[in-house]
Design a protein around this ligand. Structure first.
Ligand SMILES: Cc1cc2nc3c(=O)[nH]c(=O)nc-3n(C[C@H](O)[C@H](O)[C@H](O)COP(=O)(O)OP(=O)(O)OC[C@H]3O[C@@H](n4cnc5c(N)ncnc54)[C@H](O)[C@@H]3O)c2cc1C
Length: 265
């Protein structure tokens, strides 16, 4: 993976040159501000597939089966509609139908149904199959990030200290036990922050493994190649799967949208 710069809210990475793309690199965006990527993402509310969770449980992750995590999805959610077996009404994460209703989306859904797909108006309900409109992590028509849902409401707590503009460079270890983190205030000297209780690392799918590896937790062979002394030999960072998107397939329509106030696509 390569580093191609950042702005105030985004970290910018790029993949290694991809053989299947004639050697081009794929841009990989990540959110940098409070709320992380949920502050820059497309806001589609889509849980994982139940079979994925059941697969994790079957492979030895107790408590992660779909039936076991469903109550937490429901508890987290404040959805304006949906079957109550699958949806919550009073959680911190606001979920809504999109207000922007472009008629082309309806035509697309109709075409899918004519092609034999089932209509589905809830991809987080009984089935993820079919065609239909999505729901979004929004409140009153605006983005509702993880920070809006969980962090900002807790900002007044006396036991919460939020540091911004700080880069975690590694996890501090005593033996193989995490006891804190080393941070750098962008350009300044590093300092160590000790943990009284535990360290929870949640720097995202790319940076969590990176920080672990910089700390000596990862595949020993790879760490040694970069001069990092392996402390815990684990397959960190392997089997990463992502869904890079193609931004260039934007269509220009010859007619204005029939919905008042909407712009030409
Ligand atoms: C452009 C885009 C569109 C997306 N669209 C959707 C969508 O529509 N629906 C959907 O469900 N998902 C979408 N996703 C994915 C979704 O946003 C992520 O899966 C989710 O936000 C991951 O949460 P996370 O907490 O694991 O990591 P992140 O949200 O990435 O949070 C990690 C945080 O750690 C910080 N961090 C990283 N390294 C360090 C370090 N060394 N020191 C200090 N801080 C660090 C980052 O700045 C960030 O704030 C999208 C993602 C992107 C980038």
């Amino acid at each position: 993976m390569a580093w191609i710069g950042q702005n105030e809210v985004r970290l910018g990475f790029a993949s290694e040159p991809e053989p299947a793309l004639n050697g081009r690199r794929v841009y990989i965006a990540r959110g940098k501000t409070l709320g992380g990527s949920s502050a820059v993402n497309a806001m589609i509310y889509m849980r994982g597939n139940p079979m994925d969770y059941d697969g994790w449980a079957n492979e030895g992750a107790p408590g992660w089966s779909y039936q076991e995590i469903l109550p937490y999805f429901i508890k987290s959610e404040r959805n304006q509609r949906g079957d109550e077996r699958f949806h919550g009404r009073s959680g911190p994460l606001s979920v809504q139908d999109g207000r922007y209703k472009h008629p082309l989306v309806d035509r697309f859904v109709e075409a899918g149904i004519q092609a034999g797909h089932k209509h589905n108006d809830d991809f987080n309900g009984a089935s993820q199959l079919g065609v239909g409109r999505l729901q979004f992590t929004m409140r009153d028509g605006s983005r509702w990030s993880a920070a809006d849902a969980y962090l900002h409401p807790a900002r007044q707590r006396s036991n919460l200290h939020v540091l911004t503009g700080v880069l975690v460079t590694r996890v501090l270890l005593e033996g193989s036990h995490a006891v804190g983190v080393t941070v750098s205030r962008y350009g300044n000297e590093e300092e160590n922050l000790g943990a009284e209780c535990e360290v929870v690392l949640s720097a995202g799918a790319y940076n969590s493994p990176q920080i672990l590896m910089l700390s000596g937790i990862g595949p020993a062979f790879d760490l040694k190649r970069f001069g990092i002394a392996p402390i815990v030999d684990l397959p960190v960072g392997e089997n990463l799967q992502d869904h890079p998107f193609v931004c260039r397939s934007i269509l220009r329509m010859s007619r204005h949208s029939s919905v008042p106030g909407q712009q030409r696509m």
